[in-house]
Design a binder for this molecule. Sequence first.
Ligand SMILES: [Zn+2]
Length: 139
Amino acid sequence: MNGPQRPLPQPSPETQRYWEGCKRHELWLPYCLRCRECFFYPRPFCPRCFGWEIEWRQASGRGTLYTYAIQYRAYAPGFEPPYVTAIVQLEEGPRMMTNLVGIEPDPEKIRCDMPVEVVFEDLTDEISLPMFRPAQPKD
Ligand SMILES: [Zn+2]
């Protein structure tokens, strides 16, 4: 994105591992050893069972578009309309709020349940944001 920069995420102790993965262009999710399920957003305990036995697992980066909205107004510097805010249903289970990129912000082209895959936008040397684009055909 050109123009003014988006506000940068501030990694916390709970999210440090997540942002380290993003920096390497890998999507990592916290995983509850009791529920045997991933969750999102990162926090130090499981939101289902409140257990603290958590480990990190690399996600496939694949999912489907759960829902979206096309933003036509400039709400904040660094967010140049039109752009697409989206909730992606990750293959691993959790849903993630993100941006849909690599497709025209046009309701005639965007379809709920369309397959999507993660891409990363490097904002700085330390911060890369996960976004999703329509899944590309495999070779
Ligand atoms: Zn749990």
